[in-house]
Design a binder for this molecule. Sequence first.
Ligand code: SF4
Length: 315
Amino acid sequence: MPYRVFGPVPSRRLGRSLGINALPPKTCDYACVYCQLGRTTHMTVERQGFYDVGELMNEVERAVRAALSQDERIDYLTFVPDGEPTLDRNLGEMIGRVCDFGIPVAVITNGSLLWRDDVREDLSAADLVSVKIDAVDPVVWKRVDRPHRSLSPEAVLGGIRDFSRDFGGTLLTETMLVSGVNDGEAHLKELASFVGGLSAHASYLSIPTRPPAEQWVVPPGEDVLARAYALLSSVVPHVEYLIGYEGDAFSRTGDVREDLLSITAVHPMRRGALTAFLAEANASWDVVESMLRSHELVELPYGGETFFLRALPGR
Ligand code: SF4
């Protein structure tokens, strides 16, 4: 069986997600330098039918029944293949058919084909779409995402904008930051300005945390992450980090250190917010000093404010 249905697995963006991987690896129109699936072996922009839809739906049904029979919650059925899901010309039919399970449907896409009417139409039936926006500058886009040579940066960005205008579901954006490639201040400002013009419910900032396609890829430092967060949060209602910790900013253990690590893995805290948090938890600033000394937290000035952020994994 070439396709895979897996999970439900916990996901910060999607809660408990049952994954549907229905593309031959690795079929994509990008060859992102940070791709955790390795190099693109099947680079194409042609939409094709890959697998038998009926067979795949039977597999999804089996997985849904198995999960529900064990009282496992499924928040989303998610198309998250080893490649770009909109390259599958059966995607619209598959979304329509999995909708019959009565579980919200999500698609994780690189957004490269949203300039096509048929792709926008297919995705319009999903409940949630997460679109990758790593770059808005054509030169930076070519360096970080290494797109198929027939793709035009203006068309890709225009397609994302059009989709955002018409889509009635939940739109998320995700930006992967790679040190020295797409993390310069001028580019981050341009990117924030583009993302701010979309009606996204939330934007996620991620960094490479698994072995990337290219060995030279390294994540940016905490200072860049704090800057990107500040720029995006001035234009998008909700911004979160995906930096390799499964932080949960909304649950409290009652342990001040643990709670601070969970929150700052997702959102950097300004000094004022941190002071208020400590007061509410009946704790003193000594906890923060000690976490700074042990390099669990990092203190970063930006834009006249001081941010406190969980140190990146492995640093
Ligand atoms: S778009 Fe996704 S699957 Fe394609 S190369 Fe980039 S990270 Fe990998």
